[in-house]
Design a protein around this ligand. Structure first.
Ligand code: ITT
Length: 203
């Protein structure tokens, strides 16, 4: 069955295709000629994921899912959260976002105690099948924020995120398989895949 994943990120597409297995053909909006930016104006991860999935469902009528992810840092009151992609302002890249995060954290927490630097990635996936009803799945990856960047793998905030699952390494220092096994998005997409297997005979 063809299923659209609302992303232009090839790494995310590959990961979802692996998790969902051969019964599903995971395709990008671009491969169906949908190349405009899909609006993401909600005030929660759930609203944003649903907005993206709905947008595609209304245009294609095909089964589709969308994810939204935020990095929540306890000492910053849960920031950057839904603003993770544009924490340093519109048009800024991951390096600027990480600079801002380390700077903000150094103001409120002068020491390097991981307990005071607790954080988590949270992903919400919204899935819409033929009946148009939304279903939600969540995945969380717990960890802490490092005091400086380390590693060259992954993307986004990976160089400053120390997952509890791999003590002493940032997410940019583990392999892609190791990351997928414990990542917020991996967990959310596996939860969706398990639900599809358990509750849908015909996807
Ligand atoms: P697409 O809509 O093209 O999929 P996005 O950048 O808007 O990409 P997300 O909602 O997945 O996507 O993520 C929001 C931001 O959170 C993203 O720009 C990164 O800075 C960060 N982020 C998400 N997943 C991450 C991960 O696995 N590792 C590190 N940072 C991540």
């Amino acid at each position: 069955m063809k299923i659209i994943f609302a992303t232009g990120n090839v790494g995310k597409l590959r990961e979802a295709a692996e998790v969902l297995g051969p019964d599903y053909e995971v395709v990008s909006p671009a491969s169906l000629g949908i190349t405009e930016d899909i609006p993401e104006t909600g005030s929660s991860l759930q609203e944003n994921a649903l907005q993206k999935a709905r947008y595609l469902f209304e245009r294609t009528g095909l089964p589709c899912f969308a994810d939204d992810t935020g990095l929540e840092v306890d000492a910053l009151g849960g920031a950057p959260g839904i603003y993770s992609a544009r924490y340093a302002g519109p048009g800024h890249d991951s390096q600027a976002n990480m600079d801002k995060l380390l700077e903000e954290l150094s103001i409120v927490i002068p020491d390097s105690d991981p307990e005071s630097r607790r954080a988590r990635f949270r992903t919400v996936v919204a899935l819409i099948l033929a009946d148009g009803e939304p279903h939600f799945f969540e995945g969380i990856c717990e960890g802490s924020i490092a005091t400086e960047r380390r590693g060259s793998g992954g993307f986004g905030y990976d160089p400053v995120f120390l997952p509890d699952a791999y003590p002493g390494r940032t997410l940019a220092e583990v392999s892609e398989d190791e990351k997928n096994a414990v990542s917020h998005r991996g967990k959310a997409i596996r939860a969706m895949a398990d639900w599809l297997k358990a509750f849908r005979l015909e996807p």
